[in-house]
Design a protein around this ligand. Sequence first.
Ligand code: GTR
Length: 382
Amino acid sequence: SFRLLPLIAMLSTAPAMRAEEKLELPEILADESGRKAENAAEWREKVRPRTLDLFREHVYGRSPLQDPSLAEWKITALHDAPSGLKVSDGDYRFTGPGGEGRIKVRIVLPASAEKPVPFFLLINNRSPVLADLGTAQGFWPAEAIAKRGYGTAIFHIADVDPDKAEGFKDGVHAIFDRGKRKPDSWGTIAAWSWGASRIVSVLRESPGIDPERIAVVGHSRGGKAALWCGAQDERVGLTISNESGCTGAALSRRIHGETIADINKSFPHWFCENYKRYDGKEAELPVDQHQLIGLLAPRLTYVASAAEDDWADPEGEFLACVHATPAYRIFDLPGLTGETMPEVGGHLHEGRIGYHIRPGKHDLTAEDWGLFMDFADRHWKR
Ligand code: GTR
């Protein structure tokens, strides 16, 4: 058994090393001609728009509109809340050629704030009843968030687009899509991102909320939507991906955990039709997910992993942050401040990209939220 040890050691590290060795990622600073941007102005003008367009064309699809011209926001209820909290519900209603839609939002604010508060908007991909205060301790610990001086709101993904592969006959697709679907028509993840951006529009106009300090948070499929929302919508000051994994924060080219072929098979409605061309052909995809995180630069970003969440590839999520960092450096700002993955339970909070890996399974927990707020305290409250 003594002799076997070195072999076992080799075997246990081999997959990760092999993936890392093979990792040839698209150049994050390159413009269409392959030339690297040398300063922030060049990056903004030549790299960012092109990268966005590549993600639209090949991955998430193109959303047909931003704020609908026919839309209204109304507070529908003010609740009796635990002391120190103000809790209200509102409806965001909108109309398109195919009918009407409604996104229900619950908003929780600290009652005694003197100044407009920084804010966390959560994309809820769990049970809709999570929005009931008190039943949401881990996934949406609204009371704990308000007690730390932040406002928070939640909406449910099904109000925007049900999570079903029904041929895009419901949700916002039924309301806004016209004519035959194209290979780059938006999928369901893009629809949820669109919904989050509409609520950001509402929150920015709401009293008591600081429009420059709004974070969009999502877990897993909601985390993919949060990243795509933040990438497109520069009004989002902090984008938080919790265990978003494949086609979220994790690098596709690592081919570890869920792959493009896996995700397109299980969830054929999440991305655009073009994305299916890359099933088993990660190297042919013109982008990888470090560039999605790069689209958030110079704004704040947070990526969280869980140690037992191998399906989401924690190391791939970490490495995407490492390889996104040149997009922050070009603004003379630190992105992620380390290149070695922290031990389980550790975090990196110093730069504009925050990261943690906590022990345990795939979930959004009070511990995750505590770390999001530590990061926000550090960058927003100093
Ligand atoms: C899984 C899916 C992941 C992730 C997760 C979730 O089944 O493979 O990509 O989105 O669901 O949303 O919880």
